[in-house]
Design a protein around this ligand. Structure first.
Ligand code: TXA
Ligand code: MG
Length: 347
């Protein structure tokens, strides 16, 4: 199958409208279309079409027990799919459209394959105009996990999607690099207190403020924290050995060790200030100016993919402070850390 890549810079041009029409027709026809959102690119299908949703699982190699997020573009669509709780209404008013996914009791309209048999459904109203224009043009809710092969980093450019799905899907809409770079915050909003299942751009303290409720997340030990089914799977891991280091001296120490082990400089994902202090000819990817978490998040998945493309035997990522948006960044970094290293630490 030929995979078409169409770039859309402005959704209001006639060319963009024609591309959106083409994409919507494919979706209505039960085909898969990759499209950008403000977080990462999604691999979309008509959420009401079971075989089309089954094709998402097949294309990604996604385990059947990992449910999909359904993307909507108005409140009528939401009400057809789920029963919004009073808590959900508060969060919707505060954060939609935007990078927040709500898990709510599902109605029978949605096929079981989408929710992996769970009685709940994850729904999100994305803020990127290109994403909402596609949903509106297709006149249906769009189920879309991140558009990467299972286990790989989520795609933040159309090129990342192309790398994983060329020849397997008919169309990728290219809206340029995504603004946030990490997947949405997933919140269980079925009860009275929001439960964070996956950290993201919408932070704990913002959720607490909008809902007038304490968040149970920080009160629980990490072993007891509820997580989305997908969070148990290993993710993002580059092919080379991946480590996370705190500060310059730890980075220099690990760099030396990895260089001896692999006879190759590791790829260093570090703040600009750290890069400036590194001795010798280091292989560096600058994640931003120190403390700029927005920039770090935006660059993170592309950096992990670069490690693979350039065949690095090892990578070291500089840790960020673990509060606010830093929780989401550290969550993704820790999932990318090599399994054998984790095992060593646990012993
Ligand atoms: O930003 C995002 O959320 C992107 C864009 C494309 O919207 N999508 C995304 O989808 O990251 P995916 O499938 O890669 O991640 C969805 C996460 C998984 O961890 C899944 O287990 C969880 O949401 N999830 C889906 N339905 C759920 C449910 N009913 N209950 C709990 N967790 C659920
Ligand atoms: Mg994903």
């Amino acid at each position: 199958m030929e995979t078409k890549l169409i770039t859309i810079n402005n959704i209001n041009t006639p060319a963009a409208q024609a591309a959106l029409y083409e994409a919507a027709e494919l979706i209505c026809d039960g085909k898969l279309v990759a499209f950008p959102t403000e977080t990462v690119y999604g691999l979309g299908a008509n959420a009401l079409d079971s075989p089309a949703c089954a094709a998402i699982f097949a294309a990604k190699g996604r385990p059947a027990d990992n449910p999909l997020i359904v993307h909507i573009a108005d409140m009528d669509m939401l009400n057809e799919l789920v029963v919004p709780s009073p808590l959900a209404i508060k969060l919707i008013n505060a954060f939609w459209p935007g990078p927040l996914t709500l898990v709510l009791p599902k109605k029978p309209t949605i096929p079981d394959i989408v929710s992996a048999g769970l009685p709940t459904l994850a729904v999100r109203w994305p803020s990127l105009p290109l994403a909402t224009a596609l949903i509106k043009a297709a006149h249906c809710p769009i189920a879309a996990p991140s558009a990467n092969l299972s286990g790989r980093s989520s795609p933040t450019t159309a090129w990342h999607v192309y790398t994983d799905f060329a020849g397997k899907i008919p169309l990728i809409l290219n809206g340029g690099p995504t603004e946030i770079g990490l997947e949405s915050t997933v919140v269980d909003a079925c009860g009275k207190i929001p439960q964070i299942l996956r950290p993201g751009r919408v932070e704990e303290k913002e959720l607490a403020k909008a809902s007038d409720q304490p968040i149970s997340y920080t009160n629980l030990s990490s072993a007891k924290r509820p997580t989305a089914p997908g969070m148990k799977y290993r993710h993002y891991a580059p092919k080379g050995e991946m480590l996370v280091a705190h500060g310059l001296s730890e980075i220099m120490h690990l760099r030396l060790q990895l260089k001896e082990k692999y006879h190759q400089e590791p790829l260093l994902m570090v703040w600009a200030e750290t890069a400036a202090q590194l001795p010798g000819e280091a292989e560096v990817l600058i994640m931003g100016k120190e403390g700029d978490l927005t920039s770090y998040a935006r660059n993170l998945f592309a950096a992990l993919r670069k490690g693979d493309e350039q065949h690095f035997s090892s990578l070291i990522a500089e840790a960020v402070p673990e509060y606010g948006f830093g929780i989401a960044i550290m969550n993704r970094l820790n999932k990318a850390v090599s399994q054998k290293v984790l095992l060593k630490k646990e012993l």
